[in-house]
Design a binder for this molecule. Structure first.
Ligand SMILES: Cc1ncc(C[n+]2csc(CCOP(=O)(O)OP(=O)(O)O)c2C)c(N)n1
Ligand SMILES: [Mg+2]
Length: 433
């Protein structure tokens, strides 16, 4: 039977571990010693059996979750401690704090009516910095929307991010997108799109293009939520990644919720990771609250991806904040649940305790850096507010190389409207032509 044996913390399909070599290496000799015949269908090389077995999620043990740190920031097994230099470790931690401060202030600024929308990243900071630190800056990032720490770690500045949220003329998207839909050509970050999972087939396509280049040394990482994994595009992406053997890491952030839908209603079976082996992908399940475990997982995944072995990672975490500024999560989950993940399993605390134990960080530096991080956000915000919005004509441009007559007509109508009702609009807040 296909029951699993759990050995040394690694799950093996007993079927795979014990019999596969024997079964498949002898497939030219269909009859084997204990009378089992191997079927030779084009779609499956598998043993025939005479017992009717119905498989379900209980047939398998759950896929274990890899971690390096315990909740007090202690390394569990010294051989698993990654060899990360001091500057990189500090950069990882500081990025978490910068992100935390940015989230606090921009969330508040939406509440004060200064920006239209915002999404926080609380509880998932370890996923961001652990994965970003394990990648090369040349690797291409396709993000969902809750991966802002990856962007910061890559070198996007707080000012750039804040300008995007304010949609001012320094936003590279020229104010056409909702807040948090960042992108940066310079940092190899594809602009985020709202419809869930659109980035997934695109990421696999980009990885396939890399594969076709001679001496490729770049991989693609594609982040998505466990909710987005229910989209048809997610399946298409996983299947194309596997069958085209693309240099891609498909990174699922399983934070337990898709707005108000808990993961228990989102899917059945053993999470997202179990879909990996089923589709022929290399698969890792990792504790997303442990930045060092995520780092090791992504480093390994990158090595595999560059050998054209696509990888599915499922990072287990908890969405500590509300889904967005349009949500109040206390309406659908108990406060105790949120508290547990804010305190006991905080990715920021775990990494801070680890750094303190190593003697490269202390309470004083922590306080000073938090203040500096906060001030930089406040400064960027005040500046962003003073900057003009892009010229209104920008909203008609850049979609088509040659503007089609229908858009030209609308632009003309807009122009006439603004001429007629000029005093009704705050035209001085927009860039002149
Ligand atoms: C195709 C599509 N359907 C629905 C939505 C509305 N929507 C926006 S975010 C979201 C939840 C996504 O949850 P998940 O992928 O788990 O990411 P998380 O917000 O938890 O980070 C939904 C349903 C959308 N943007 N696109
Ligand atoms: Mg989610």
């Amino acid at each position: 039977m296909m029951a699993r044996a759990l050995r040394n913390g690694v799950t093996f399909l007993r079927f795979n571990a014990r019999r596969s070599t024997r079964l498949f290496s002898t497939h030219t000799r269909p009859e084997i010693e204990n009378g089992i015949r191997i079927a030779e269908f084009p779609g499956a090389k598998a043993p025939y059996v005479t017992e009717l077995n119905v498989l379900n999620e209980k047939t398998y043990d759950p896929i274990p979750i890899y971690r390096v740190l315990d909740k007090n920031g202690n390394v569990l097994i010294s051989s698993e401690e990654p060899n990360i230099d001091k500057d990189t470790l500090l950069n990882m931690y500081k990025t978490m704090i910068q992100l935390y401060q940015m989230d606090k202030i921009l969330y508040e600024s939406q509440r004060q009516g200064r920006i239209s929308f915002y999404m926080t990243n609380y509880g998932e900071e370890g996923i961001h910095v652990g994965s970003a630190a394990a990648l090369s800056p040349e690797d291409l990032v396709f993000a969902q929307y809750r991966e802002t720490g990856v962007l910061l770690y890559r070198g996007m500045t707080v000012t750039e991010l804040v300008n995007q949220c304010y949609g001012n003329h320094e936003d590279s998207g020229k104010g056409r997108h909702m807040p948090v839909h960042y992108g940066s050509k310079q940092h190899n970050i594809v602009t985020i799109s709202s419809p869930l999972a659109t980035q997934m087939p695109q990421a696999v396509g980009a990885a396939y293009a890399y594969k076709r280049q001679p001496a490729n040394e770049r991989c693609v990482i594609c982040y998505f939520g466990e909710g987005a994994a229910s989209e048809g595009d997610a399946f298409a992406a996983l299947n194309f990644a596997a069958t085209l053997e693309c240099p891609v890491i498909l990174f699922c952030r399983n934070n337990g919720y898709a707005i108000s839908t808990p993961s228990s209603e989102q899917y059945r079976g053993d999470g997202i990771a179990s879909r990996g082996p089923a589709l022929g992908l290399q698969t890792i399940r990792v504790d997303g609250t442990d930045a060092l475990a995520v780092y090791n997982a992504v480093r390994r995944a990158r090595e595999l991806a560059l050998q054209n072995k696509p990888v599915l990672i499922e990072a287990m975490a908890y969405r500590v904040g509300h889904h967005s500024t349009s949500d109040d999560s206390t309406a659908y989950r108990p406060a105790e649940e949120i508290n547990k993940w804010t305190t006991e399993e905080s990715p920021i605390n775990k990494l801070r305790l680890y750094l303190e134990r190593k003697g490269i960080w202390d309470a004083e530096s922590d306080k000073a850096f938090a203040k500096e991080a906060r001030n930089s956000v406040v400064r960027s915000m005040q500046e962003a507010e003073r900057k003009q919005k892009p010229h209104w004509k920008e909203m008609f441009e850049d979609v088509y190389y040659d503007m089609p007559p229908s858009l030209q007509k609308q632009m003309k109508q807009m122009e006439e409207h603004l001429k007629k009702y000029n005093e009704k609009y705050p035209m001085n807040q927009f860039q002149p032509e």
